[in-house]
Design a protein around this ligand. Structure first.
Ligand SMILES: [Zn+2]
Length: 307
């Protein structure tokens, strides 16, 4: 793993990145946090301000879940190859509901087999440590944060949740469990299986409770206003495994900057956020796997937080 530092860590930039070793008071080597950032964390721990985690597909990559945005999400119907951006749309659901359902049953099956990784578990530990000072905003629909122990009260699912389905034609606001049956992608649905994909109230098709590419953020289904409100109250924002390619995460990020909050971006590649943070006083960007990086951050918060 190569760890890269940006933001205020300029004093180390001239050194080879993988040779950075900082020593804290316990003589324990710190690879990702310098004394300047540690001081800010100490001040945060003494305050009553809020910490927010914004996560995306990158955090679940270590659990074996593909992003489903690129080639890994392509889906063949006969001789036609659909991209995720074509298939993950309301328009396609109206035209080919069974194909859209097959794709999502396949994805749900992958999620069901996956387990939370160290990053999910540490974020859950952050919630246990900071309780009502903690919020989680996630673009992930895989449910791994919940399995790791994050509670729904402090968790905003801004792209939906594959645990649920809802009426595809909005006959009510009710959420239903995701249809639960074994399905082989090489076979067509049986009549009995299709009946499980229908809304009990209006008998039209249910749909997965997720935000599609041709849909918009909204409060009623995806808590987008709540996410904006949370961002305005955030003193420390961690961004993990998301590259800023959708509008709401970017708005959340910009709101924290407006309030001069601290932002730590942890991603495996340079991205919109890491680039923006280079010229921001309170910004820190670490290039690498969050499962390697987050434990050090948690240790520092835990060391300085007196409950
Ligand atoms: Zn209905």
């Amino acid at each position: 793993m190569i760890a890269g530092f940006y933001g205020k860590l300029t004093q180390f930039v001239s050194k080879p990145r993988n040779s950075i070793k900082l020593i804290n008071n316990n003589n324990k080597a710190m690879k990702f946090i310098n004394s300047n950032l540690e001081d800010k964390i100490i001040n945060f721990c003494k305050s009553e301000t809020k910490i927010t985690f914004l996560t995306g597909a990158g955090i679940s990559a270590d659990s074996g879940i593909p992003t489903f945005r690129d080639v890994d999400g392509y889906w063949s119907v006969g001789s036609v190859n659909y991209t995720p951006q074509e298939l993950g749309t309301y328009d396609m659901f109206i035209r080919k509901p069974l194909e859209v359902w097959k794709w999502f049953m396949y994805r749900k099956d992958i999620c069901n087999k996956a387990k939370p990784n160290i990053s999910h578990l540490i974020i859950s530990d952050f919630e246990k440590l900071f309780k009502n000072r903690f919020s989680l905003i996630s673009q992930n629909i895989d449910g791994l944060h919940k399995i790791a122990g994050n509670t729904e009260e402090r968790y905003l699912f801004i792209h939906g949740d594959l645990e649920y389905s809802r009426c595809g034609f909005n006959c009510s606001n009710e959420l239903y469990p995701f249809p639960n049956f074994k399905f082989d992608r090489n076979y067509e649905f049986t009549e009995q299986q299709i009946s499980k994909l229908k809304c009990k109230k209006c008998n039209l098709f249910l749909r997965p409770h997720v935000l599609w590419f041709d849909e918009f953020y909204e409060e009623r289904l995806f808590k987008s206003d709540s996410a904006i409100k949370t961002s305005k109250e955030t003193e420390i924002l961690f961004i993990i495994g998301t590259s800023g390619s959708t509008t709401l995460p970017v708005m959340i990020f910009e709101n924290v900057i407006k309030n001069q909050g601290i932002i730590v971006d942890i991603n495996t590649k340079e991205n919109y956020f890491s680039k923006r943070l280079k010229n921001y006083n309170n910004g820190y960007s670490v290039i690498g796997k969050s499962s390697k990086i987050l434990p050090e951050f948690f240790d520092i918060f835990k060391k300085h937080y007196k409950q």
